[in-house]
Design a protein around this ligand. Structure first.
Ligand SMILES: O=C(O)CCC(=O)C(=O)O
Length: 228
């Protein structure tokens, strides 16, 4: 299939900020998540949109869904969500990766898009996303398994041999999101602040957006349109 070099989000491969919640409400949700997970120190919650009301609403928030529909068309489903809590005082970096490809997955770059929703404020100090604008134009890179860290982070198959030329931090106020081309290379660093940093990653797809997917993955959840 032919794909445009720039992709569906244009030259930079991203669009930001998009409001998904009032900031106060997002911070309130973050406080509840901190209270829930503080004792266990849990860093990753997989697919919370399947089990938690707030995440079910977040992925459908009107502004965000409108931005997704503007690039994918009316039929949209959630393929996956991934909540990341970065606790203060813990080293936790997520390596350079692309959301649309991994050992178990490949999404069509023009029929899928990913979003990262700030639940707390996300700053350079607390480990906001760092992106390489325009990196989507090189297409998908070979993937390799993230080095074992000892923690069950189960995160990304990282982009092999990626050497960023220009990167920018993407600080976001709680309640704001960034929409990313599925090929946009991004990472995040350790939280060096004294509060938790929480973000929700969402992969959206159109009906023809899944090129390869582990059959053991939970079903995709249609959230818009009649084409499913
Ligand atoms: O939350 C983070 O720090 C990064 C998450 C991310 O890049 C992802 O889930 O794809």
């Amino acid at each position: 299939m032919l794909t445009q070099v720039d992709g569906i989000l244009g030259r930079r491969g991203m669009s930001s900020p998009i409001v998904w919640s009032m900031s106060g409400a997002a911070r309130g949700r973050a406080a509840l998540l901190v209270a829930e997970h503080r004792v266990s120190g849990q860093e990753i919650v997989r697919n919370p949109h399947l089990t938690e009301d707030w995440a079910e609403y977040a992925v459908r928030s009107p502004n965000l869904l409108a931005a997704v529909r503007a690039v994918l068309g009316p039929d949209v489903a959630v393929e996956n969500t991934f909540l990341v809590v970065k606790w203060p005082g813990h080293s936790f970096e997520i390596p350079w990766h692309q959301d649309g490809i991994g050992a178990r997955l490949e999404l069509h770059p023009e029929r899928s898009v990913s979003a990262w929703l700030a639940v707390t404020d996300a700053t350079a100090a607390n480990g906001c996303l760092e992106v390489a604008p325009g990196s989507q134009s090189a297409g998908y890179l070979p993937v390799e398994k993230e080095a074992a860290t000892g923690a069950d982070r189960g995160r990304a198959d990282q982009a092999h041999g990626f050497t960023p030329e220009t990167t920018i931090p993407v600080p976001l106020r709680a309640g704001c999101a960034v929409l990313m081309d599925s090929r946009l290379v991004h990472r995040s660093g350790t939280n060096t602040s004294d509060g938790a940093r929480i973000g929700l990653n969402v992969r959206y797809t159109a009906p023809d957006g899944i090129l390869r997917r582990d059959p053991k993955s939970p079903s995709v959840v249609p959230i818009s349109g009649t084409g499913w």
